[in-house]
Design a protein around this ligand. Structure first.
Ligand code: ADP
Length: 265
């Protein structure tokens, strides 16, 4: 069997032991896509679900930093990549960062190589049996989400946007991408939706509010929740911690819990 044929066979075997697969997409960078992917995966793991989190953002992998894993190097060989294991074994994480010898090395690859590494990441990572695989992707509709859509065939896409039209305009392209690839859109999350001032308790719509909800309604797509701007995201992710599972319950925790319940149901 050719190298490629062997990779594809291995991929099919690996996918057969994974329950549900979700890809997290956004039209733009910086809207909180990795934050959502990390917190969804952690929420599922805390709920006792065997969860994999695959970071396919090859040029800007944020997942390791957000989980305090930026120094983690995978062991095993290229056909048995050992993921980082967290939350009592319930969360397994793989990222290109785990293959880089130096913390700040960049990845300079063209499309075909990216496709090959994504196939390898999914097929050759020692995931074991998983209930859920959450796949973080770079913003937009380029090589990485295309490879995932065609090879993994996720059960659904979770689309993350901020509320303003400049962001929702690009998200429409992500939805078009899903339609063209027969990838079901699981729903839209509106992140950075308003800011409640901790001093005066008044809400300021820094990036406007309601744009994600309106787009979901216009397109007949489920709206999964609005997450406000909350400085705890920056503080915690810079410290390598998820927001979910850390600190008292807030509107943010409730929004994630609602999405996780929908995924589980
Ligand atoms: P993307 O994956 O879309 O590029 P990230 O998840 O890396 O975006 O988030 C970009 C930055 O915004 C990070 O510093 C993250 O901590 C912060 N962030 C994400 N969501 C929120 C939020 N709701 N409130 C405040 N900061 C947030």
């Amino acid at each position: 069997m050719s190298h490629r044929g062997a990779d594809e066979k291995r991929l099919a075997e690996t996918l057969s032991s994974i329950g549900k697969k979700f890809i997290v997409l956004s039209g733009k960078g910086g809207v909180g896509k990795s934050t959502v992917a990390v917190n969804l995966a952690v929420g599922l793991a805390l709920d006792g679900k065997k969860t994999g989190l695959l970071d396919t953002d090859l040029h800007g992998p944020s997942v390791p930093k957000m989980l305090g894993l930026e120094q983690f190097l995978t062991s095993g060989d290229e056909t048995h990549l050992e993921p980082a294991v967290l939350y009592d074994g319930n969360l397994k994480v793989m990222s290109v960062q785990f293959l880089l010898k130096n913390l700040h090395d960049s990845v300079i690859w063209r499309g075909p190589l990216k496709h090959a590494i994504i196939l390898q990441f999914i097929g050759h990572t020692v995931w074991g049996a998983l209930d859920y695989l959450i796949i973080d992707s770079p913003p937009g509709t380029g090589d990485e989400p295309l490879s995932v859509a065609q090879t993994v065939k996720p059960d659904g896409a979770v689309i993350v946007t901020t509320p303003q039209e400049v962001a929702t305009f690009d998200v429409r392209k992500s939805i078009d991408f899903c339609e063209k690839l027969d990838l079901p859109v699981f729903g839209i999350i509106e992140n950075m939706s308003g800011f409640i001032c901790p001093h005066c308790n008044r809400e300021t719509a820094i990036f406007s509010t309601g744009g994600g909800r309106k787009m979901a309604e216009d397109l007949g797509i489920p709206f999964l929740g609005a997450i406000p701007i909350d400085p705890q995201f920056v503080v915690k992710s810079d410290a390598g911690k998820a927001v979910i599972g850390n600190g008292p319950s807030t509107i943010v925790h409730e929004a994630f819990a609602a999405v996780i319940n929908r995924i589980i149901q």
